[in-house]
Design a protein around this ligand. Sequence first.
Ligand SMILES: *Cc1c(COP(=O)(O)O)cnc(C)c1O
Length: 369
Amino acid sequence: MQHKFPAPRIDALPLMAPQILAEPDNVPSPGVIRLNLNESPLPPSPRAIAAMREAIQYSHRYPDHSCSALAKIISHRTGIAADQIVFGNGSGEMLVAAAAVAIQPSDLAVLPQPTFPPVGKNILLAGGEIVPVPVLGNGANDVSAMIDAISDRTSLVYLCTPNSPTGGLLDRKDLSRAADTVPERCLLMVDEAYHEFGTWEGGPDVLSILAGRKGPWVVIRTFSKAYGLSGVRLGYAILSDTDLATGFSKMRSGFNVNRIALAGACAAMQDQEYLDHVLEQVSTERDRLAIRMTALGLSVFPSAANFVLARTKTPARPLADHLATHNILIQALAWPDELGSIRVTAGTREHNDAFLAVLEDFLHREAIS
Ligand SMILES: *Cc1c(COP(=O)(O)O)cnc(C)c1O
């Protein structure tokens, strides 16, 4: 028999190359202003950096596969047993595990549209099909419509709060509704990559709401965003029960979480003061961006995350390309219509000002041409 490589199942997947520049010297893109990946504009906590330096000297030893020190801290914070927490090399790995655990070929997954693109890819990889449900006008997941979209074939319902790329936050009422109404035969997944920002904005405690759910659930979190540890890769899944946790654990490859990330994450979680400082600074800059972009005539979605999404009056793609010629990277989305929209990460004050200056100049030139 003639085999085809890549296997057709893989060949059919979209190629998702993160929008990132090559780093010949392993230094992040000197001279480039990165407002395209929702990274933290601030380095990690000095305590996290010290802990990572300390950990480096043990690099010849495999890390603790059980991630016991970090599991203990998270368990203490959340009240969830350590054996219901599973770690990944970035939470992206947990999104792969969730799809693999929840989806059998031809099962359906209900997703908000738009949302974090890898989620859909993982569902396709697992042999499932996507049922997209447009977000509300405020950019939050439309929980009622998503519940209405559930059928007998649905095995996974994915919520993202605050949602990327729109920034919309779910309130207690909608989350409770999902927890109570999504059938017990479906895995209810809540991606809280922007959890710390959502909480800072007064968002509800997702874990306490899910605690009342009868069916299975999973919450996904990461150290990549508010904690500023995207470069060392660490994320985790909190599961409703140990059987589900075992399923997620089976999807892990050996030693997928490195000891530098573990040391950094433990120290970062114990430096609440620094986290608050980041949340304060990033949310202030995000709101300032939103106000300035609104004043320039863009329609800005309300955001509880570390970025803003805005609709432009001229096509988004040429604007993003123009910014790139000034070494300023943002994301252009082909949503919600042919003009599209732009997603801009809240950077440092200086980087945001550089973005705003080029944006203003571009819009001015568009207006007079
Ligand atoms: C950034 C992000 C993630 C994953 O990030 P990792 O760096 O892999 O932890 C997951 N979900 C959403 C919605 C994100 O924005």
